[in-house]
Ligand binder design. Structure first.
Ligand code: CA2
Length: 148
């Protein structure tokens, strides 16, 4: 199985500020955790980060017929982008949305997710562990991986 993990704008700055919301660990630690989890499960993984909406759309398109699942934290684009969910629908690859923080308990504008309707599941408010949960959901489905 091949999974593409996509991270949106500013996630490369994790650990620098707002540790109360996003934790103390940095982006390298997040990538290390995802890589270790996938290695344990025998899953091939590629991790991609961009601050640009069009680059994220290009990356999703390039996954067509190459990846079996997408884990995506679109960061701020979650609340604004129509192009990202359109791209997920276009490639037809099962995708799970992840948010490190619990966006449902933050500012009202963070409660809106345009990406969610294009995804088979969402994991919010579980910190970095949300990424491994999302990978498990794609690999094992609802039964072993938890909620979808
Ligand atoms: O909770 C999440 O994972 C978010 O997707 C993170 C985004 C935010 O815009 C979403 O509403 C929720 C922010 C990404 C990183 O932001 C930083 C802020 C300060 C310092 C470092 C990173």
């Amino acid at each position: 199985m091949k999974i593409l993990v996509i991270n949106g704008p500013n996630l490369n700055m994790l650990g620098i500020r707002e540790p109360d919301i996003y934790g103390k660990e940095d982006y390298n630690a997040l990538c290390g955790m995802i890589n270790a989890h996938c290695r344990r499960l025998g899953i091939e993984v590629e991790i991609f980060q961009s601050n640009h909406e069009g680059e994220i759309v290009d990356k999703i398109q390039s996954a067509y017929k190459k990846f079996d699942g997408i884990v995506i934290n679109p960061a701020a684009y979650t609340h604004t982008s129509v192009a990202i969910p359109d791209a997920i629908k276009a490639v037809g690859i099962p995708a799970v949305e992840v948010h490190i923080s619990d966006v449902s308990r933050r500012e009202p504008y963070r409660r809106v997710s345009y990406v969610r309707e294009a995804c088979v599941g969402s994991v919010v408010g579980e910190g970095f562990g949300g990424y491994t949960r999302a990978i498990d959901l794609l690999a094992f489905g609802e039964k072993e991986g938890g909620r979808l």
